[in-house]
Design a protein around this ligand. Structure first.
Ligand code: Q6M
Ligand code: ZN
Length: 695
C-alpha cells in the first residue's frame, strides 16, 4: 500500500514578479511561495515529506490543454522588452507577464506532473505542489487571473492519457471560479469538476453567468460540473463543511474517483484580501482529511491562490500535515450555515438532482426557486463595478479592519498510532506497527466504578475483568498521548462500551461520541449531553425526542445497502459529529450488523477527523478476522479501499435518514441542506415544533 507524502517546490518559481504599476495584480507576489515553504520548514513538516525534483513541462504536455498558437505567443515573452510585455499582457484580464514567467509556468506544470506520476505509480500516497503561476483560470488560448497554463487541467488530462485513469475528481477550493477548468472539462464525464467561489450574484470577478449553480456540464458531461456560488462574503467553517457534507462528498463517493486533484487556493481562508471569507486555516486540514478517504487516498494538492501571507502559510501547513497523516485539530463552535449558504446548497442540490442517485430522493423541493429571491443581474458587469461588491462597500465605510485570528493549535501526534488489545490468535492478524498493549485485569471494585449496575454478575467473570483492564489501559495510553487510538476485541460488548464511556468521561473529556452498530443500545443515555449515541441498526427503534440519541434504522438489502449507509454517514453522522465536537469517539459493533466491511472501514477512517483522532474501536469477540484487520488498518490511517460503484440506496433507508435530519436540524445546524423558508414551505416543519426539547 502506497505511503508517504511528496512535496514539490523549486525556488526558481519565486523568480518572477510584477514589473509595472497594475493594482489588480499586486497581490500575486513571490513571497506567497517563500512564506509557504518557510512555514513548512520551520514546522518540520517539509522534513517529513518526500522531496521530489521539479522538472519543466514538455511542449506536448502544455498542448494537452492549450493551443499551439497560444503556446507560440507565450514562448516569445522571455525576450520581450518591458513595453512589449505590458502590451502583450493587455490582451488578457488580471494577469501579468515577466521575462521569466514562461520558465516558471513550465516548472509549475512539471511539478504538478511529477506529483501525479509519484502518486499514480505508488511511490507516494499523496502530496502537494507549491507552484507559481497558478493555473485554474487559464484557458485553451488565454491567460487569465494570474494564470498562464492550466496546471490542474493538464494534470487531469495527463493522468487520463498516461495512467488510463477513467475518473478524476477536481476539487477547486480556491475562492475564485476556475472557469478555465470548467471550460476544459464541461463536456467530459470522466473528469468531475467541483468549484465553490465568491460570486455575489455575478458581481465578483470573473463575473460570469456560467459560474452559477445551474452550469452543470454539457452533453455527456452533464452532471459532472458542480458550481457552488457564494453570494455573500464572510462564509466560515460551518458553511464550508456543510457543502462538503451535503453536496461534494455524496456526489464524489458516487462518482468513485481513481484520483483526486485539489486546486488548492487559500484565498478562501480568513484574512484574504480577495476572498473576504472567514474560514480558519485549520478547516483545510478537515477538507483534506475528508477527501483522503476517496480514491484509496490518491490525492494531489496543487497551489492556486492565497494572498494573505499569514493565512496562506498556515493553511498550506494544515493541508500538508493532514496529508502526512496527523490528526486534524478539533473545530469548535460550528453551527448552522448561514441563510445565503443554505440557499446555494439547496440550489446546487436541485440542479444536480437528476444526475446523482444520492440526491434523487432528497427533499430538494421546487427547483431553483431560491435564486428568484436574489435575481441575478443581467449583463451587469459595468453596473456591478459602480455598485461595488459587498466587501468593497464595507471597506469604503471602514467596516473591515485588519482581521485577526488565533494561530491554529499545534497538532501533536503520539509516537504510536494504534494500540491493540486482542485475544491470542488474533494478534498476528494486525500489522506489526500496532502496539500490543499488555493488560492487567481490573478488580471487580474497579470495574464496578464505571458501571450503572455495580452488582452486575458479569463482573465476577475473569475474562470480562481482563478485557475491561484492556479498555482501561488503552484509554490511559490515549490520555497520556502514547497512542492516538485503540482497538479492543472484548467478550462482552455492552459492558466494555459502558465502562469505556464512563472512563473517558472521568479521565479526559466531557463529550463522548458513541457510534454503535447493532440493536439494543449498550448504554442508558442521560440528557446531559455528555454522550451522543448514533446507532445504526436494522430493527426499528423506539421513537425518541432526544437530541443526543440518534437511532438510524437501515433495512437490510442483500448483502447490505452500502449507498444507504454511506448517505447516512455523510449527511447525518458527520454533521452531527462535527457539531457535537467530541473529545473521544467509541465505535462499537457486535457483528457489523448489516454494514459491509468496506463501508465500516470508511466510517472508521472518516471518524479519524474528529476528536483529534482519538477513537476506541470495540469489537465483540467472535468478530470475523477480516473485520479486525480492516478496523486496525483504518485506525492506522491506511488508505481505505474504495466502495466501488454505488448503486441506488433503498428508498426507505433514505427516508429514515431524512426523518432524523428533519427531526434534529433545529438543534444541529450542520444537518441543514436547504434554507428555512424552503423547509417550511415543503416539509411543514417549524422551529416551534421542536421548541419543547430545546435546551
Ligand atoms: C483581481 C481583482 C482585484 C489563482 C486565483 C487568481 C485570482 C485572480 C483575481 C484577479 N482579480 N480585486 O484564482 O487566486
Ligand atoms: Zn483565487
Amino acid at each position: 500500500m502506497a505511503s508517504g507524502t511528496a512535496l514539490l517546490y523549486d525556488e526558481e518559481m519565486t523568480r518572477y514578479q510584477l514589473l509595472w504599476d497594475y493594482p489588480a495584480c499586486k497581490i500575486e507576489s513571490p513571497e506567497r511561495l517563500t512564506v509557504s515553504h518557510e512555514a513548512l520548514q520551520t514546522t518540520g513538516l517539509s522534513g517529513r515529506c518526500v522531496s521530489l525534483p521539479v522538472r519543466q513541462a514538455t511542449e506536448d504536455e502544455i498542448l494537452l490543454a492549450h493551443s499551439q498558437e497560444y503556446l507560440e505567443s507565450v514562448k516569445k515573452t522571455p525576450s520581450m522588452s518591458l513595453e512589449e510585455l505590458v502590451t502583450f499582457t493587455q490582451q488578457y484580464g488580471d494577469v501579468y507577464f515577466h521575462p521569466n514567467i514562461y520558465h516558471c509556468a513550465k516548472l509549475a506544470i512539471g511539478a504538478t506532473l511529477q506529483l501525479v506520476d509519484a502518486v499514480m505509480t505508488g511511490k507516494v500516497r499523496n502530496g502537494m505542489a507549491l507552484v507559481r503561476p497558478p493555473g485554474h483560470h487559464s484557458q485553451r488560448s488565454l491567460a487569465s487571473g494570474f494564470c498562464v497554463f492550466n496546471n490542474v487541467a493538464i494534470a487531469a488530462l495527463y493522468a487520463k492519457k498516461h495512467f488510463n485513469v477513467r475518473r478524476v475528481l477536481i476539487v477547486d477550493w480556491d475562492i475564485h471560479h476556475g472557469q478555465g477548468l470548467q471550460y476544459c472539462f464541461e463536456e467530459d464525464s470522466e473528469v468531475l469538476y467541483f468549484s465553490w467561489h465568491r460570486y455575489e450574484h455575478q458581481r465578483f470577478w470573473p463575473n460570469l453567468r456560467e459560474s452559477d449553480f445551474d452550469a452543470v456540464g454539457k452533453g455527456k458531461g452533464a452532471g459532472f460540473n458542480i458550481n457552488l456560488p457564494w453570494n455573500k462574503v464572510g462564509m466560515g467553517n460551518s458553511d464550508y463543511l456543510s457543502v462538503f457534507f451535503h453536496v461534494l462528498l455524496p456526489i464524489a463517493y458516487e462518482f468513485n474517483p481513481e484520483l483526486v486533484l485539489v486546486s488548492a487556493g487559500f484565498d478562501s481562508a480568513i484574512g484574504d484580501p480577495e476572498g473576504h471569507m472567514c474560514a480558519t486555516p485549520d478547516i483545510f486540514g478537515h477538507l483534506t482529511h475528508l477527501l483522503m478517504s476517496l480514491a484509496s487516498g490518491r490525492l494531489c494538492a496543487i497551489l492556486e491562490g492565497g494572498y494573505n501571507l499569514t493565512s496562506l502559510a498556515q493553511s498550506v501547513c494544515q493541508t500538508v500535515q493532514t496529508l502526512l497523516g496527523d490528526p486534524p485539530s478539533r473545530i469548535s463552535g460550528l453551527s448552522s450555515p448561514c441563510q445565503s449558504a443554505l440557499e446555494s446548497i439547496h440550489c446546487v442540490r436541485g440542479a444536480h438532482q437528476q444526475y446523482w442517485t444520492c440526491l434523487k430522493y432528497a427533499d430538494v423541493g421546487p427547483q431553483l426557486e431560491a435564486s428568484t429571491k436574489c435575481p441575478r443581474l443581467e449583463g451587469v458587469i459595468g453596473e456591478a463595478d459602480e455598485e461595488g461588491t459587498q466587501a468593497e462597500e464595507a471597506q469604503k465605510e471602514g467596516e473591515i479592519k485588519e482581521i485577526a485570528w488565533p494561530e491554529p493549535p499545534s497538532r501533536m501526534a503520539p509516537p504510536v498510532r494504534t494500540g491493540v488489545v486482542l485475544p491470542t490468535g488474533l494478534e498476528d492478524h494486525v500489522p506489526a506497527s500496532c502496539l500490543r498493549v499488555t493488560t492487567i485485569p481490573l478488580t471487580s471494585t474497579e470495574a464496578a466504578k464505571g458501571l450503572s449496575d455495580p452488582a452486575d454478575p458479569k463482573l465476577k467473570d475473569d475474562k470480562v475483568l481482563q478485557s475491561l483492564g484492556g479498555v482501561s489501559s488503552l484509554l490511559e495510553k490515549i490520555e497520556k498521548k502514547e497512542v492516538r487510538n485503540g482497538l479492543a476485541v472484548v467478550p462482552d460488548l455492552s459492558l466494555a462500551v459502558a465502562f469505556g464511556v464512563q472512563q473517558a468521561l472521568t479521565s479526559f473529556t466531557d463529550r463522548v461520541l458513541l457510534v454503535f452498530l447493532g440493536s439494543n443500545p449498550p448504554i442508558e443515555l442521560q440528557e446531559d449531553g455528555r454522550v451522543m449515541l448514533i446507532q445504526f441498526c436494522c430493527t426499528e427503534q423506539l421513537e425518541t425526542k432526544s437530541k443526543f440519541y440518534i437511532p438510524v434504522c437501515l433495512k437490510k438489502q442483500s448483502p447490505s445497502d452500502v449507498p444507504g449507509f454511506l448517505y447516512a454517514v455523510l449527511t447525518l453522522l458527520l454533521p452531527l459529529a462535527y457539531g457535537y465536537d467530541p473529545g473521544m469517539i467509541l465505535a462499537a459493533t457486535r457483528e457489523r450488523d448489516g454494514v459491509g466491511l468496506a463501508a465500516w472501514a470508511q466510517l472508521i477512517g472518516l471518524l479519524q477527523g474528529l476528536a483529534q483522532g482519538h477513537t476506541l474501536a470495540l469489537l465483540l469477540q467472535g468478530a470475523e478476522e477480516v473485520t479486525v484487520k480492516a478496523t486496525a488498518a483504518s485506525l492506522l490511517g491506511e488508505p481505505t479501499p474504495t466502495l466501488g460503484p454505488l448503486g441506488v440506496p433503498l428508498l426507505e433507508n433514505v427516508k429514515a435518514v431524512e426523518k432524523q435530519r428533519q427531526r434534529l436540524q433545529a438543534h444541529w445546524g450542520l444537518l441543514k441542506a436547504a434554507d428555512e423558508d424552503h423547509l417550511r414551505a415543503t416539509c411543514g416543519h417549524t422551529e416551534d415544533e421542536y421548541s419543547g426539547v430545546l435546551p
